[in-house]
Design a protein around this ligand. Structure first.
Ligand code: ADP
Ligand code: TRP
Length: 320
């Protein structure tokens, strides 16, 4: 790597509630693992979260909590830019420009939109429909090479590449086409009910849970009664132990779901305890967290505003 410029990495998570182990193994852990080898931008997608959180007090608290979560899992503001989306107004500005070159039928094919339409019992906001365009702007503003995310975000990165190409064709070479990075073995961590673990399904094992909460969540994991291996328990267990170790354990306790769940509880506790303790220390110095976030916003803004200037020039609105 010596002398070579590092690749640029950008990713983000919405401040929509407490992170769970699916968020950690699907996304956050990769952030930490990739931090040294890349120039990183880790974003708190607070404007995205406005689609679902319309209570200022809750949103404010969630943003600070997410900044603390990022630091607790090991993101380091000395190595990476940690910032919130709303501190860099270029994101929403660029999203508008992308709106003008994107069609409604194209966006109507997005999985997230289709799922929202199928599951929400109300009309969908323009913001939710348009959600991918803001994400495209998040990514393209920083000349991003790689976007580490969980499998459910794959299509959004494809939309990003399409949009970059569309803009480049119209206005000349401006945006880099980013690659998505998904860890295959943790692409979809199941929740306690066997569906994808998600804050919106109330089926999570929170990453910073207290021990009793972990016990309760694991004991509630749905087990199918066919065969000696409880599928969901096993799938979650693979995040904490090698398959060789699990083969021995699950053979030894074949059919004994309670014992296997207890083993999983111990493994989750051992893994999450240090993270939870680190989080408590960071939480104690909120002033420092806010300062870090503000500085991150300034650093992100510097890069984004240069790119945005180029875009204004390309589309023809820059006169001076
Ligand atoms: P949630 O569905 O809980 O609201 P988010 O949409 O906030 O999660 O996702 C944040 C990040 O975590 C994304 O990169 C997403 O792909 C990843 N992620 C979320 N749930 C899972 C899961 N069950 N397994 C793997 N990755 C996940
Ligand atoms: N849409 C992502 C999610 O729900 C969050 C996000 C917003 C994001 N902007 C991004 C992820 C840019 C990666 C890159 O998880």
């Amino acid at each position: 790597m010596c002398g070579m410029a590092k690749k640029i990495l950008l990713s983000g998570i919405q401040p929509s509630g407490r992170p769970h182990i699916g968020n950690y193994f699907g996304a956050m852990k990769q952030f930490v693992d990739m931090q040294d080898a890349h120039d990183c931008f880790f974003m708190i997608a607070d404007y995205h979260a406005l689609n679902t959180i319309q209570d200022a007090k809750v949103l404010r608290q969630n943003i600070v909590d997410q900044a603390i979560d990022y630091l607790a899992v090991g993101l380091d503001p000395k190595k990476s830019v940690i910032f919130k989306q709303s501190d860099v107004s270029e994101h929403t500005e660029l999203a508008w420009i992308f709106d003008t070159i994107t069609t409604m039928p194209y966006l109507a094919r997005a999985h997230a939109y289709k799922a929202a339409e199928a599951n929400l019992n109300k009309e969908i906001s323009v913001g939710l429909f348009n959600y991918p365009m803001l994400m495209v702007a998040d990514i393209l503003l920083y000349d991003t090479d790689v976007v580490p995310v969980g499998a459910d975000q794959k299509q959004h990165v494809e939309i990003t590449r399409d949009t970059a190409q569309k803009f480049n064709n119209l206005y000349g070479e401006t945006f880099k086409l980013p690659e998505v990075k998904i860890l295959p073995n943790v692409a979809v961590v199941p929740g306690v009910d066997g569906r994808k673990m998600s804050k919106s399904y109330d089926n999570t094992i929170p990453l910073f849970a207290e021990d009793v909460e972990i016990e309760k969540a694991v004991m509630s994991i749905v087990t199918d009664s066919s065969g000696g291996i409880p599928k969901n328990v096993y799938a979650i267990h693979t995040l904490f132990r090698s398959e060789a170790e699990l083969a021995v354990l699950y053979k030894q306790h074949e059919g004994k779901y309670k014992v296997l769940k207890e083993a999983l509880i111990e493994d989750i506790k051992a893994f999450t305890r240090p993270l939870r303790e680190k989080r408590k220390v960071i939480e104690g110095d909120k002033g420092n967290v806010l300062k870090m976030l503000k500085e991150g916003g300034q650093r992100a803004k510097e890069k984004a505003s240069a790119k945005m200037d180029e875009v204004r020039e390309k589309v023809g609105v820059k006169l001076y």
